[in-house]
Ligand binder design. Structure first.
Ligand code: SF4
Ligand code: SF4
Length: 175
């Protein structure tokens, strides 16, 4: 049976995370480290130590914004953004309780919009997110203002090759 470290490395498919020598340059540059339960290089250490439950149940993996500042700063090219993606996928596949439920709702609304139209339709995505998160009215005024100023197009064209988009979704579902 594979260790947690081996599984994560295999899914990342790039530089193995044990290349990390914990210089903390990633964490020093991460714009969201202040809000994270465990900072980025600590997550790497926890994976090395086999702390699967703590990592997959943490809010950190959901707070990462995939901005890639960390890999840009890393002297060993450890791809932490990809690693966080992998950890989110693992958490969902294993049916873990997601601490940051609204962030998951946002990811799902984003993907639903892409799946059905091949691109983002902001009002469609916004309504989907609101229904999923249950946060219906907190920023309604902002949404109305944006609509009145023409910042939200109710109708946006679908991508031309929607079949190709559906094929991508089918293929990734089976990975
Ligand atoms: S910058 Fe790279 S080597 Fe340094 S702690 Fe972060 S992941 Fe590890
Ligand atoms: S990709 Fe994630 S972990 Fe890396 S710097 Fe950005 S927010 Fe932080």
């Amino acid at each position: 049976m594979k260790t947690f470290l081996e599984e994560v490395n295999e899914r990342i498919g790039g530089v193995p995370i044990q290349r990390c020598y914990h210089c903390r340059k990633c964490t020093a540059g991460c714009p969201l480290a202040f809000a994270m339960e465990y900072n980025p290089n600590r997550v790497i250490k926890m994976i090395q130590m086999g702390m699967k439950d703590e990592v997959l149940n943490s809010s950190t993996i959901w707070l990462c914004a995939s901005c890639e500042t960390c890999i840009t700063r890393c002297p060993n090219e450890v791809d932490i953004a990809r690693m966080m993606d992998v950890l989110r996928e693992m958490a969902i596949r294993e049916g873990r309780t997601v601490k940051e439920k609204n962030i998951l709702a946002f990811h799902q609304a984003f993907l639903n919009s892409i799946r059905s139209r091949g691109r983002i339709n902001e009002p469609f995505m916004m309504v989907d997110y609101k229904l999923k998160s249950g946060d219906l009215f907190s920023d309604m005024g902002l949404g109305i203002n944006m609509f009145m100023k023409g910042k939200l197009a109710l109708i946006s064209p679908k991508t031309r090759d929607l079949g190709a988009v559906k094929t991508i979704f089918e293929k990734t579902r089976n990975l």
